[in-house]
Design a protein around this ligand. Structure first.
Ligand SMILES: Nc1ncnc2c1ncn2[C@@H]1O[C@H](COP(=O)(O)OP(=O)(O)O)[C@@H](O)[C@H]1O
Ligand SMILES: [Mg+2]
Length: 376
């Protein structure tokens, strides 16, 4: 310290960021910790492919922001680098029909898009399978966010075709990884029985990271992204604490970036706890918006009812929900559980005089921003 008041201030050509790109959405982290056992299970399932055999099918489940997509991307790029296995990750939120899924697979197998003039599914499928047999290639397909295929009622057809590829086309070797971030969806049970009879997947679960793991992961990210001394331990802890509320690591990464921008706005060389808190006011809605987008109509209806009846007893919330949707108490309870898992509501059991234990439910957000996003 020289005592110079300009010391802690940034000049125009300076930045707190060493590499801002590490905070962006498509960045694949170099170090990927706390997912060792999940990676092991996935490797186990994929290993036969490296030997030229059909890989085991897998169902991957876990809440958003727990490293599912990153795991698949890492393993697929290892496979591509070290073997002849053909790998395709399909984002089912974008490609949510069987035809779209297979168009994406076609594109990856042939390196060009299928004719847009609408060839039949059978033909599309046949060309892919023939090519695999011809080249003696094993295909590993990840249906990422497969829950969207279920919402469109396309999951059974898409999976059936993938799983029976070798029957329709002798010699075709295809394995599937289904990745779901909808915890209320029982991936296997929701499939047609004809699919269930050929689908005996390995199951891998990705739990939320705890606070210590979040600190560990975000520290590494901050070291790569910020110059030395920009983010102190107390500020990192604050970011981790706020991230652990939803358990979605994306919230934390976004928070680091916004906190850095806030520090720069003040022309400061260091991030303060206030920079973090201010960033959270904005970034917490990233998680909110994303969670809301994935909800069904009746789930959204319950969120709306909770926002409108903020602070009221569970009984009156249920009544209002029932009035609006005509759904019964069992379904109501299931939806409450799902919203709880998504971090949209907080539930607590409390002793109520004369009525024993009862569950109180409150929104994890202020009602106004929630209503704005539902209605907007
Ligand atoms: N163990 C980890 N180490 C480093 N970064 C991680 C880890 N897990 C997740 N991330 C980061 O968190 C974000 C969300 O991860 P992602 O794999 O997309 O989660 P999911 O697919 O489960 O929603 C990504 O930016 C990813 O880089
Ligand atoms: Mg994902």
């Amino acid at each position: 310290m020289t005592g110079d008041p300009e010391d802690g201030m940034l000049s125009w050509d300076e930045s707190v960021f060493r590499d801002e790109h590490v905070f962006e959405i498509d960045y694949v982290p170099e170090t990927f910790r706390h997912r060792e056992s999940q990676l092991e299970s996935l490797k186990y399932a994929l290993r036969p492919a490296a030997r030229g055999s059909r890989p085991l099918n897998t169902v991957v489940r876990g809440p958003p922001g727990t490293g599912k997509t990153t795991s698949v991307q890492k393993l697929f790029s290892e496979l591509r680098a070290q073997t002849d296995v053909r790998t395709v990750r399909v984002n089912c939120q974008v490609d949510s029909t069987r035809y779209a899924v297979f168009s994406r697979i076609f594109e990856s197998v042939f390196d060009y898009e299928p004719p847009s003039s609408g060839i039949s599914f059978k033909k599309l499928f046949g060309q892919i399978a023939d090519r695999l047999v011809e080249e003696d290639e094993v295909l590993a397909v990840a249906l990422d966010d497969v829950n969207y295929l279920f919402y469109e009622n396309e999951a059974s057809d898409a999976l059936y075709s993938l799983l029976r590829a070798h029957e329709a086309h002798a010699g075709a070797k295809v394995g599937v990884i289904c990745v779901s971030s909808d915890l209320s969806l029982s991936v296997i049970e929701e499939l047609d029985s004809r699919v269930q009879s050929v689908f005996r997947p390995e199951e891998v679960y990705f739990p939320k990271y705890d606070v210590d793991e979040v600190v560990d992961i975000l520290r590494e990210r901050a070291e790569r992204g910020f110059h030395d001394g920009v983010l102190g331990a107390a500020e990192l802890d604050r970011v981790a604490e706020l991230t652990a509320e939803s358990g979605d690591l994306r919230v934390g990464i976004d928070l680091l970036r916004r906190a850095g921008l806030n520090a720069e706005m003040r022309a400061s060389r260091t991030i303060s706890v206030d920079d973090v808190d201010e960033a959270y006011e904005k970034s917490k809605y990233v998680h909110l918006s994303r969670s809301l987008r994935g909800l069904s109509d009746s789930e959204t209806a319950l969120v709306a009812v909770l926002a409108e009846h903020d602070g009221e007893q569970a009984g009156s919330v249920y009544e209002a929900f029932h009035e609006r949707t005509d759904l019964g108490y069992t379904r109501y309870s299931e939806i409450v559980n799902k919203l709880d898992q998504l971090g949209l509501v907080e539930t607590e059991y409390a002793e109520v005089e004369g009525r024993g234990r009862s569950r109180s439910i409150s929104l994890a957000y202020d009602p106004e921003p929630v209503l704005e996003r539902i209605e907007g």
